[in-house]
Design a protein. Structure first.
Length: 461
């Protein structure tokens, strides 16, 4: 059973880790998609903003009055004016060669967009940044973005052909726009802390994923807890069956021996022996009946439902009756100090409450030393009644206190159990107290004793 439990636990952990991994990959792909979309929006908005800004300025006309000489025609014409004999074909080849070399130069750099030859100053940068910010807000992009300008020579160390660059601080630099080839001026945008912005855009997916993962953790944890409890109960039940079998065989064997002595050895003719054998048989049969009754008491709630027959009765008187019975049956020197008011009326089931008191006193006696010293308090307040049973016996280690109310559980003391029992008494105590709407608290220290505190609410008549 233990091996299967370990295998099942390992499988659950592997499945949970697999689900978490899949969700993480899914969230990461969404994050990268939204990050790419953000960079594209920023790049496109910056490019459009720069174009719109210069199209609205007068100097663009000046720039257009001397159009960009892409094929070198203007240059060759101007040279021909001063040098009529120059070979225009050779000059065209030189121009193409220089243009090709310049293209190769820029192709080795980071990719960039290219605008017409513009005169770009610091004032222009501020106005472009302002328009750019408005453009982003109109598109619903609320990330913090700055517009920066630098010389291509300053950007020499940032080679490569990356779509965008992530700085050590976590910011993103977009592809630069070449705004002035003559001065090698580049314009780019810096998205500050895009991680926070993108995660914010993924709020729904992230929240649902976190809820799903937490739900899986809760479900798997509860499943493991249930399996562990079932495994533990199986071990306890096995121990209970072994112990119960031994306990049931003992009184049966004793009674059979007494009957055989009467039949075979003529004890029926000896009144004294006959009386002693009958007394032994009666005591053992009472013990057997008590064992069966305890098992039936706990089984009743799970099968047929426990029905309480509630009436008004005196708790102090009931406790005194239980104390008198405990003193009569105790084989050790015993002192029980009852501290309570003369009459504490309670509305509940007296038969079950009596069994609760008897079980607590029985445990206190069994787990005490050679001399039994028990203190019982019954305290009444406006809305509750408190019953405290304190002994000075063996005590319980703290790690076992949470388990003592489980059915069949007994505090481990090695392979031997010098104190007879089945681990049913305290389970029954908690069951009855819970049925009355109360609760049980335990305080204990090894070799110093144990205190059981039962709190019962005052119920209406």
């Amino acid at each position: 059973m233990l091996k299967k439990y370990k295998i099942l636990t390992a499988l659950i952990v592997v499945i949970w880790l697999g689900i978490v991994l899949i969700i993480s990959i899914w969230l990461y792909s969404i994050y990268k998609t939204k990050q790419e979309a953000l960079v594209s929006d920023v790049e496109r908005s910056l490019f459009n903003t720069v174009q719109s800004y210069f199209q609205s300025e007068d100097r663009v006309k000046e720039n257009n009055s001397r159009p960009f000489d892409r094929d070198g025609t203007a240059f060759i014409t101007e040279v021909h004016k001063y040098y009529p004999n120059v070979d225009q074909e050779k000059l065209k080849e030189v121009w193409d060669s220089v243009r090709s070399e310049r293209t190769r130069y820029w192709s080795k750099r980071r990719p960039f967009f290219m605008l017409q030859n513009l005169d770009f100053e610091e004032d222009d940068l501020a106005q472009v940044a302002e328009q750019f910010d408005k453009t982003l807000k109109s598109k619903g992009v609320l990330a913090k973005v700055e517009v920066n300008m630098l010389s291509a020579n300053d950007d020499e160390g940032n080679g490569g052909r990356k779509r965008y660059e992530i700085t050590p601080e976590g910011d993103i630099r977009t592809r630069p726009i070449l705004i002035n080839p003559e001065k090698n001026l580049l314009l780019f945008a810096t998205i500050q802390q895009p991680f926070i912005y993108v995660i914010g855009k993924m709020a729904l997916q992230t929240t649902m994923s976190v809820i799903l993962v937490l739900a899986l953790i809760a479900i798997f944890s509860y499943l493991l807890y249930t399996i562990n409890r079932q495994n533990k109960m199986a071990v306890l039940r096995k121990s209970f069956v072994n112990n119960m079998t031994h306990e049931l065989k003992t009184p049966v064997a004793t009674v059979m021996a007494a009957i055989e002595a009467v039949q075979r050895y003529g004890a029926k003719d000896d009144k004294e022996k006959m009386s002693r054998y009958l007394e032994i048989s009666h005591r053992e049969l009472e013990h057997l009946s008590s064992l069966i009754e305890r098992v039936l008491q706990l089984d009743m709630d799970g099968v047929h439902g426990l029905v309480l027959d509630k009436v008004n009765f005196d708790l102090t008187l009931l406790m005194q009756q239980c104390i008198d019975t405990a003193k009569l049956s105790c084989q050790k020197p015993i002192a029980i100090d009852l501290r309570a008011d003369n009459a504490v009326l309670y509305f509940g089931d007296p038969a079950h409450i009596k069994n609760v008191f008897s079980n607590l006193l029985d445990n206190a006696i069994k787990y005490s030393h050679e001399k039994v010293d028990i203190t019982v308090h019954i305290e009444e307040s406006k809305d509750k009644i408190t019953v405290i049973v304190k002994d000075h016996g063996q005590g319980i280690e703290e790690k076992y206190i949470s388990d003592i109310f489980d059915m069949f559980f007994r505090v481990p003391v090695g392979n031997l159990h010098p104190v007879k029992g089945f681990g049913l008494g305290l389970s029954y105590v908690k069951l009855i107290v819970d049925k009355h709407g109360g609760h049980v608290d335990v305080q204990s220290k090894p070799k110093e004793g144990t205190t059981f505190k039962i709190t019962l609410p005052k119920l209406p008549v």
